[in-house]
Design a protein. Structure first.
Length: 585
């Protein structure tokens, strides 16, 4: 046995930020071509933000929480479809939120191929038969297939399936809804050496089917993220996502980081557009982006490429399992990704003490270098080689991680003056994964954040005016602790310059009024709403000294046919804002 390979991959667990809320995606109407779930947004509140403030901010926009993705604390919220862009912009201005983004949609990345092949050319090409002399896998290392489900009656798959979950129907029925997932699962881990059908890369490894891809071959980013977190929370280290979308997402980034920081690897199809444009989740930091090769070790004509590709694997005319019990040839990065994931499972089966960082480096170091020497945008670090990687895995002795994270408090600036709600931002580097970042003022713990970017919303009004010490502490997945240098900030007496946010929830803009109508509105503020006023065509109708307003409007008595309805909200400092709609009689 020899010492493990001499790499120390640094993981930067933070983003370059502006210090406001991150608004993802262009205007909503521009995003329509990319696809998103109508009437939904994904938001993540800042650590330290109060539940009451978040709830009030949502209510003020007529929004409500549908669910929270556990682990990464991303909320899926329902908003009025006609006001999606308006609500997104308003919440992005609210200091309680870390990011606001549409619930984008990804597509399955399988390309049907009518040409039938009687043999699986890709297995000898990746040196799988020789690699199987070292291991054929282990049922202790399952592979999660985040896809359309898996056919439970397929003779080469049924006996390997673990209980999973279906986010389309909110139940545990993981039967394949359209066939994509069955083909993906077979490429990774079909039952092998059973005198029938085909061979998978990972013979003995079990499969956890997680259903997010619908019969139209689409999956919401929120469901993909939920499935990744679900698998990690159940101890799965190898996760395959053969789904890709064109839009970056902090929700997906948080899910991939959640897996990485807990020692799991997420293998992702690079997609089939023959472009270097990034596709997600493959192009995210900490995801393994898998490009496809053909029978001649060329980049498959359809495969995406770019500096975001990690590795390559065969993806053209892959003979695999089909929904309904049969077999056939399919092409696409949807097949390349599970073939690479199968090798990841074999590596861990042979040497379960390896860290996720070591498994990834073994995948890359054992690959066959294709194209330009070294890393290149067509093949990444090369086309996978089962024997090459397993030979390395067999020789490596895993070491205990004793290196603490390196953490720096990057905002606010040392020596700066602050007041009111202050966003603390930390940047962390670690060679294995970050579990959490804790924030301190004057040595007293404020709270923690567990997802990138690491931020905390500190109410500086809770300490006296004057100089105060701030620092951050990062804890990695091995329990090592790194502490940042302290910075000093001067807390000023806060002056409230932030106006309330107000939204009319009824009637809707452009509505035709009934004989009588309730006008309803709600407002939120960083300090508190003290007064709301209702105007109709410029005339004051009612006043309420709270953050909600409800007034019965006897519209049948009105002579006009067009009405401008306005609600103004005020805070104690005199800041004001209003929402105005037009309705008709």
């Amino acid at each position: 046995m020899v010492k493990r390979l001499s790499w120390r991959t640094k993981i930067v667990a933070a983003f370059a930020l502006c210090f406001g809320v991150m608004l993802v995606g262009g205007p909503i109407d521009a995003a329509q071509g990319k696809g998103f779930v109508s009437g939904e947004l994904l938001v993540r509140q800042k650590a330290g933000a109060s539940a009451a403030s978040v709830r009030a901010a949502l209510q003020a926009q007529g929004a409500g929480e549908i669910e929270e993705i556990p682990g990464i604390k991303v909320k899926r919220i329902r908003v009025p479809e006609h006001a999606l862009e308006k609500v997104r912009t308003a919440l992005a201005r609210n200091p309680n939120f870390e990011f606001v983004e549409p619930n984008f949609i990804g597509q399955g990345t399988l390309v049907p191929n009518d040409t039938s092949y009687s043999s699986q050319w890709h297995l000898p090409r990746i040196n799988a038969p020789n690699g199987w002399q070292l291991t054929t896998g282990s049922s202790d290392i399952p592979i999660a297939i985040v896809d359309s489900g898996v056919d439970p009656n397929h003779p080469d798959l049924g006996a390997k399936l673990l209980p999973g979950y279906n986010w389309l129907d909110f139940n545990t029925d993981t039967n394949d809804v359209q066939g994509h997932g069955t083909a993906v699962a077979g490429a990774a881990a079909a039952i092998t050496n059973n005198s029938r059908g085909i061979a998978g890369v990972a013979w003995e490894n079990t499969i956890m089917p997680l259903v997010v891809l619908n019969s139209s071959n689409s999956a919401s980013y929120s469901n993909i993220a939920s499935a990744i977190v679900y698998a990690v929370d159940r101890g799965v280290k190898v996760i395959n996502v053969s789904i890709a979308g064109t839009s970056f997402s902090y929700t997906l980034q948080n899910a991939v980081d959640y897996a990485w920081n807990r020692g799991a690897l997420v293998f992702c199809a690079a997609a089939n557009n023959n472009t270097d444009d990034p596709f997600y989740p493959a192009a995210l930091p900490n995801a393994i982006a898998v490009a496809a090769t053909d029978q001649n070790d060329n980049k498959a004509s359809y495969s995406n490429y770019g500096d975001w590709i990690t590795i390559a694997a065969p993806g053209s005319s892959i003979y695999t399992t089909l929904r309904g019990g049969g077999y056939g040839a399919r092409s696409g990065t949807s097949l390349a990704s599970p073939i690479a994931a199968g090798l990841g499972a074999l590596i861990w089966s042979l040497n379960p003490d390896l860290s996720h960082v070591e498994v990834l480096e073994i995948l890359k170091a054992g690959a066959d270098d294709l194209g330009a020497v070294g890393f290149d945008p067509m093949f990444g670090h090369g086309r996978i080689n089962v024997l090459g990687s397993l030979s390395l895995a067999e020789k490596i002795v895993a070491e205990t991680d004793v290196t603490p994270p390196v953490v720096a408090l990057t905002s606010p600036a040392d020596g700066s003056a602050v007041a009111g709600l202050v966003t603390l931002v930390a940047e962390v580097e670690d060679d294995q994964g970050v579990d959490r970042v804790e924030f301190f003022v004057n040595g007293n713990r404020l709270g923690q954040d567990t997802g990138t970017p690491y931020m905390f919303s500190w109410d500086a009004d809770q300490v006296p005016a004057g100089w105060h010490r701030l620092n951050a502490q990062a804890v990695d997945t091995s329990g090592n602790v790194g502490v940042s240098q302290e910075i000093m900030v001067y807390v000023e007496q806060a002056s409230d310059l932030v106006p309330p946010q107000v939204a009319i929830s009824n009637p809707l803009p452009g509505a035709k009024l009934n004989k009588q109508e309730w006008v309803r509105a709600a407002a939120s503020d960083n300090v508190g709403v003290v007064r709301m006023e209702l105007y109709i065509n410029g005339s004051l109708m009612t006043v309420n000294n709270s953050d909600t307003l409800a007034w019965r409007w006897m519209t049948h008595k009105e002579r006009s046919s067009v009405f401008e309805v306005s609600v103004k909200a005020y805070d104690a400092a005199g800041n004001a804002s209003e929402d105005t709609i037009t309705v008709y009689k």
